[in-house]
Design a protein around this ligand. Structure first.
Ligand SMILES: [Zn+2]
Length: 467
């Protein structure tokens, strides 16, 4: 493999083509934002089809693809098909690498329209940001791909030998239920040397971030039983344990006094984190003045590299229906974030073992609805990571920060399983103020310009190398 050496005048030509193409890219982005494609069955599914067709048309118009299709794949364990995805491909020529560009065209529901300052599906520019549902997550990811392809085609013309697969999913916000089938159905078309997943964030609106770790998740339902029927609390209270007492006592064993996770077998990852102050945490998370943060170690290590356990639901008597009764049964939903490096399965097994070992008063426990997702650690030793970091530095004019993410992108595990040789690059167009999934979602226009420039440099430089 030769290292990608590109004359700086080529860089300049690519950056100029990107800059010239930004108004068109933003206009196309606005057009996509107007299409309210959501994968939830409660919403008009023809919008999702329109959205897929609009993306397919943009892909065709680039003129670089041999084949552009809108496809669906089966959802395992059902007789249903997943939502429409766009797959566009061109084969590599003359020994050049192939890159797979991923984004998704479905969006989160808008939530309460009254909380939006301008209508969610009406793209609006204010103060250097484009507002609208999907303006950032992840229609800007689609336009970063399209905009960068347009720029390199313009500059390289017939010298564009890079293989490109563009895969724009239609159900990311709805659990990517047909994703694994889609990968296996289209394995040859999707095979690539590097995969860009443009669905994450940046350190801030001017500093790029390469996401190098993601936490996994383990979510399950636990039912705690102590009695075979409810009783008057005055009759037996003090002599028999009710299920609420057992549940509260049991749940409290999940955390140490400082709020860190106390479950043996849930691991943490040891890695350096950038500076992030308690003041910033207070501001971004909305901590009340007298409330203290929890956990130990640097703040970002708690969010990126350590586990977290949260009780996210509880079924017991409601406050309005409260009576002096000993409850026989309480059901809770527990959601754990799993440190990168540990599988969701291992973390779940540690949690279940901990809960069984600590069940007070011989309470009966049963577990159900277990949902697991693996975290991810990027192997940063490959050529594609160095190439991406350099392109970020040159595209933003600022060196990138390695980011961890406290949330999950579970489908990355599917990509790794299906394409173990591919290098995975998790990039994105969001910044900390993008409010993805919330009202008033927005895209910082400068971040978008820099993200398109970065990706165009990546494509041009990969086109300049031989594997
Ligand atoms: Zn997304």
């Amino acid at each position: 493999m030769t290292s990608p050496v590109l004359p700086s005048e080529s860089d300049a030509a690519v950056l100029e083509a990107v800059a010239t193409g930004i108004p068109a890219a933003l206009s196309d982005l606005g057009h996509l934002v107007r299409i309210s494609g959501m994968a939830w069955p409660a919403f008009d599914q023809t919008q999702l089809e329109r959205s897929a067709e609009a993306v397919a048309a943009l892909a065709k118009d680039t003129g670089v693809f041999d084949d552009v299709r809108v496809l669906r794949a089966a959802i395992p364990g059902t007789d249903e098909q997943g939502q429409p995805a766009v797959l566009a491909t061109r084969a590599a020529r003359n020994g050049k690498p192939t890159i797979l560009l991923y984004a998704h065209h479905d969006v989160q529901p808008p939530g309460d329209d009254a909380l939006w300052e301008t209508p969610p599906f009406e793209p609006t520019v204010r103060d250097g940001r484009l507002y609208g549902r999907g303006a950032a997550d992840d229609k800007a990811g689609i336009m970063a791909h399209i905009g960068s392809i347009r720029a390199v085609r313009e500059v390289l013309g017939d010298d564009l030998d890079l293989g490109i697969a563009l895969f724009i999913e239609g159900e990311e916000e709805y659990g990517s239920r047909s994703f694994a089938t889609f990968l296996s159905d289209n394995k040859d078309a999707l095979r690539a040397d590097a995969i860009v997943v443009a669905d994450s964030g940046n350190w801030d609106s001017v500093t790029p971030g390469l996401t190098v770790s993601l936490r996994g998740n383990a979510r399950f339902t636990m039912c705690v039983r102590t009695l075979d029927h409810a009783s008057h609390s005055g009759m037996f209270g003090g002599a028999v344990p009710d299920a609420m007492m057992a549940t509260v006592t049991l749940l409290s064993t999940l955390w140490n006094a400082d709020g860190s996770v106390a479950v043996a077998g849930m691991t943490a990852r040891d890695a350096a984190t950038p500076e992030y102050t308690e003041e910033t945490l207070r501001d971004e998370a909305g901590l009340l003045p007298g409330t203290t943060p929890i956990g130990d170690g640097t703040i970002l290590s708690r969010i990126w590299n350590k586990p977290a356990v949260t009780v996210i639901g509880i079924d017991a008597t409601s406050v309005s229906a409260a009576s002096n009764t000993l409850l026989p049964e309480v059901t809770v939903v527990i959601s754990a974030r799993v440190a990168p490096g540990q599988t969701g399965r291992e973390a779940y097994e540690a949690l279940e073992a901990h809960l069984r070992a600590h069940a007070p008063f011989g309470a009966e426990l049963s577990f159900s609805d277990v949902d697991l997702g693996d975290g991810f650690l990027v192997d940063t030793s490959g050529w594609a990571v160095s190439l991406t970091r350099d392109a970020m530095r040159d595209g933003y004019g600022v060196p990138p920060v390695d980011l961890g993410v406290g949330g999950s992108i579970p489908f990355i595990a599917d990509l790794v399983r299906e394409f173990p040789e591919a290098q995975i690059l998790v990039t994105g167009v969001e910044d900390p103020h993008s409010r993805a999934h919330s009202p008033n979602e927005s895209l910082h226009l400068d971040t978008f310009r820099h993200a398109v420039a970065t990706e165009a440099l990546m494509l041009a430089r990969m086109n300049g190398m031989n594997l």
